[in-house]
Design a binder for this molecule. Structure first.
Ligand code: PEP
Ligand code: MG
Length: 588
């Protein structure tokens, strides 16, 4: 039966495919497709891993029998019996076989896909004893996964297969269909991992529009809906889904008519994309001759290719923290960082690259285990520059790596979340110290322009002081909105109050742009607002001339720019600043 789930639209477009339910705790399991010839080796890996675990459980049982009887032995033996029974359960093994043979999932993915399916059946059981067996099932799957880790897959992670969505009608059960990831939650690092895989869209139960998970989805340019509440509970493994990334709706088990309608919309999006691509080499200039800088936000050096393809004239924000995340506590050393930054600099072929120093914390924990929930108010806690200043050795390592990369091309160094002059002074002193260390070692490095992010209201209000210390500013509207309106940007329950058009936000943005103009220093916006075509006119009217956004948004924003006359937009922007409801003014 068809049903729909409503959430927040975070990445537009239409995706049509089958649901792949992934438990949050298991997203680090590799997801890739295997060739026909690799089916048997994958089945064999599961068999061997399962046999290994069976042998392990039998050994445990034996050692219990050899021990003097004690309280608890009976219970433990019964538990091991249950584990053995589950390990030999045909429902589990047949299911795993189905995912590998019919869907060509790799072994780990097949195992977790089947776990999701069976776990849900356990959840629905009336008998509380049986319901609790779900935990046992999870434990044994975990053990099989662990056993498999020791057995390397015969298959390397293949590149994402290009998969076309079905046009209008449901396909038969074939492996060649797009897949849609459905999860309760995904960390930004998990999302990045999925960047390499074949998913055509994703849906999560939690998350806000500018949560970093949503940001990574947008950078992947795949349709996505977050904050869809119970989606991961009501959607079932392998359900047919449509994601309407524009409206923030997920339709499960759609009728042929709905499917035909969305297939049509999908083709229209393709046509529109094709049309926009012709603007790639057109200079971004308004009708009244104002040159506008359109830059790219990237997460990894490999994103430079899409930045160049979109015609971006530099990188306005390289979120370096993605190099630091999901590494189980080990941080990238200077060489590794240097190589990554250098790759970005070289990847941009002489265009400037703005590298932001590490911004972990809040919804970007270093590791899933070091959870944001460990802190009462993670967004107000030890994140971004606060964390860097509390770990000076780590920070100096990063600064040296960035300075060294600057020997290979133009680099700007951007510092996140500053609010205090003392932080500014400490940061600048550490940059000097990093230069001193490189001099002492005789290592080559290049000049950098140093900029500050304006993402805390305090920084916007004392922007003149910031302008004394920095070469340029970049407004991080995602955080500026969060901190101005006291809205946690990842909390979907208050997402309706997260308003980029709130007059208080606009005043802070306008004040920062105007102050930069007076000081003759560049100011850009690198928050999600910059890539939202609904905001382009307003930002141009407020005097903004530099926008940084996901590569996939550059051409659509350029199209807007080409249609604008800033002289006409200035009065409109002034009216928006004076209005109680700026959105109404801009819509007029
Ligand atoms: C911002 O806050 O607007 C920004 C660009 O930084 P991030 O989204 O990474 O916090
Ligand atoms: Mg920020």
């Amino acid at each position: 039966m068809s049903f729909s789930v409503h959430g927040l639209a975070v990445s537009s477009g239409v995706a049509i495919g089958r649901a792949v339910l992934v438990a949050s705790s298991r997203v680090d399991v590799a997801h890739y497709f295997v060739d026909e010839g690799q089916i048997e080796p994958e089945l064999d890996r599961v068999r061997r891993a399962r046999n290994e675990v069976v042998a392990e459980v039998c050994r445990l049982q034996q050692s219990l029998q050899d021990m003097p009887a004690k309280d608890g032995h009976v219970e433990l033996t019964a538990l091991l019996d249950v584990h053995l029974m589950l390990l030999q359960d045909e429902h589990l093994s047949d299911g795993v076989k189905h995912w590998i043979v019919d869907r060509r999932y790799n072994a780990e993915w097949a195992l977790t896909a089947q776990l999701e399916l069976v776990a849900r059946q356990f959840d629905e059981m009336e008998d509380p004893y049986l319901r609790e067996r779900k935990a046992d099932l999870e434990q044994i799957v975990e053990r099989v996964l662990r056993a498999m880790r020791g057995m390397t897959s015969p298959v390397a992670l293949p590149p994402s297969p290009s998969r076309k969505a079905p046009q209008g009608l449901l396909l038969d059960d074939t492996i060649d269909v797009p897949l849609i990831l459905v999860a309760h939650d995904l960390s930004p690092a998990d999302m990045l991992q999925f960047k390499q895989s074949a998913f055509a869209g994703f849906v999560t139960d939690v998350g806000g529009k500018t949560s970093h998970t949503a940001i990574v989805a947008r950078s992947m340019d795949i349709p996505a809906v977050v904050g869809a509440r119970a989606a991961s509970q009501i959607i079932e493994q392998d359900d047919w889904l449509i994601i309407d990334g524009e409206a923030g709706v997920v339709i499960a088990d759609p009728s042929p008519i709905i499917l035909a309608e969305y297939g049509f919309r999908q083709r229209q999006t393709e046509v529109e994309r094709e049309r926009l691509s012709r603007l790639r080499n057109t200079p971004a200039m308004t009708m009244d001759g104002e040159k506008i800088e359109l830059l790219a936000n990237i997460e990894e050096p490999s994103d430079c290719a899409s930045a160049l393809k979109a015609g971006a004239i530099g990188v306005g924000l390289f979120r370096s923290e993605f190099l630091f995340m999901g590494r189980q506590g080990s941080l990238p050393d200077e060489e590794e960082q240097y190589r990554a930054y250098r790759a970005a600099v070289q990847g941009m072929e002489g265009l400037p690259v703005t590298i932001r120093t590490v911004d972990v914390g809040a919804d970007k924990p270093l590791d899933r285990s070091r959870n944001a929930e460990d802190h009462l108010n993670p967004a107000l806690g030890l994140r971004a520059i606060r964390w860097s200043l509390s770990e000076p050795a780590m920070f100096l390592t990063q600064l040296r790596a960035i300075l060294r990369a600057a020997a290979h091309g133009p680099v700007h160094l951007l510092v996140p979340m500053l609010a205090h002059v003392s932080e500014i002074r400490q940061t600048l002193a550490l940059i000097d110290r990093a230069r001193g260390q490189l001099n002492a070692k005789g290592q080559a490095y290049g000049p950098v322009k140093v900029g500050a992010m304006i993402e805390v209201p305090a920084a916007a209000l004392m922007v003149d002081v910031f302008l004394k210390y920095f070469d340029f500013l970049s407004i991080g509207t995602n955080d500026l909105i969060q901190y101005t309106l006291a809205i946690d940007r990842v909390d979907e329950s208050v997402a309706h109050l997260y308003d980029p058009m709130h007059p208080a936000v606009l005043h802070l943005v306008a004040h920062t742009i105007a102050a930069g103009r007076v000081a003759g220093k560049p100011v850009s916006v690198c928050g999600e607002m910059a890539g939202d075509v609904a905001m382009t006119r307003l930002l141009l009217g407020l005097g903004l001339r530099s926008f940084s956004m996901h590569p996939s948004q550059v051409l659509a924003v350029k199209q807007q720019v080409l249609r604008c006359d800033t002289r006409k937009l200035e009065p409109l922007a002034r009216a928006a600043l004076d209005a109680e409801e700026p959105a109404l003014v801009m819509a007029a």
